[in-house]
Design a protein around this ligand. Structure first.
Ligand SMILES: C[S@@+](CC[C@H](N)C(=O)[O-])C[C@H]1O[C@@H](n2cnc3c(N)ncnc32)[C@H](O)[C@@H]1O
Length: 211
């Protein structure tokens, strides 16, 4: 269980400034965006995600140091994760978003590998029970070929699923991640979930319950 006290984990002042900066960048981008085919997303609670990563690293054994952000958008979480000395890769299908991610990584001077492509391992689309899920149908090549890694090479995967596709992300993770790997999901306000793959199944390691 991620304890409700996770929100008492300290957030360095520089990280707080980065998060404020990232929200402004995301708002400005959406305000001037003229291509409605890219769905707008509400910025995650990046403070809570940062604190949840800190809690996970303090309390959960990891099988390695590779951290993968599925659909990194502006790569805010990738950048935050990199401050914990994890080896971070962010995959994003939309090149316009990846350009913004590159700016953040450069401006904040963090080390994150950013890759254009599809975060779904080839064949995993068949695990979806709804063909209209937003993670499906991105006409970009699999990112795993270009990074030379598979999903089971990562110790931690982070995703912020669109509403209604959290189960699909869990199934993809359960089928393709390495045993012992962790999946962190931001599913909405006060709702960060953490799963560990045990054998071929996922066990919930925690879910925040902040009031
Ligand atoms: C809700 S946004 C989350 C953005 C970012 N992870 C965050 O927490 O701020 C979901 C992102 O995933 C991307 N995405 C959705 N499906 C994808 C796929 N199959 N492959 C790569 N990126 C995808 C979208 O373009 C979008 O940027």
């Amino acid at each position: 269980m991620i304890p409700s006290s996770v929100d008492r984990y300290p957030i360095p002042s520089e990280i707080r400034l980065w998060i404020i900066d990232s929200r402004q960048r995301i708002e400005v981008f959406h305000d001037r965006w003229d291509r409605p085919q890219i769905e707008q997303f509400v910025a995650a609670d990046y403070e809570l995600v940062y604190q949840s990563i800190a809690w996970m690293l303090d309390t959960q054994p990891l099988i390695g140091s590779r951290f993968l952000e599925w659909g990194c958008g502006f790569a805010v979480v990738s950048a935050l994760a990199s401050t914990f000395h994890l080896d971070v890769i962010g995959i994003e299908a939309e090149t316009e978003l990846l350009e913004r991610a590159k700016q953040i990584v450069a401006d904040w001077k963090v080390t994150v590998e950013l890759v254009t492509g599809n975060f779904l391992p080839p064949g995993s689309e068949s695990l979806a029970d709804d063909p209209t899920l937003p993670s499906l149908g991105h006409q970009v090549a699999s990112a795993y070929d270009s990074i030379g890694l598979e999903l089971d090479d990562f110790a931690v995967v982070y995703s912020y699923p669109w509403p209604g596709e959290d189960d699909f992300h869990e199934r993809v993770f359960a089928n393709y991640a390495a045993p012992g790997a962790m999946l962190m999901q931001f599913c909405g306000p006060n709702d960060v979930r953490l799963w560990r793959k045990v054998g071929v199944q996922c066990c919930s390691a925690g879910r925040t319950e902040r009031q």
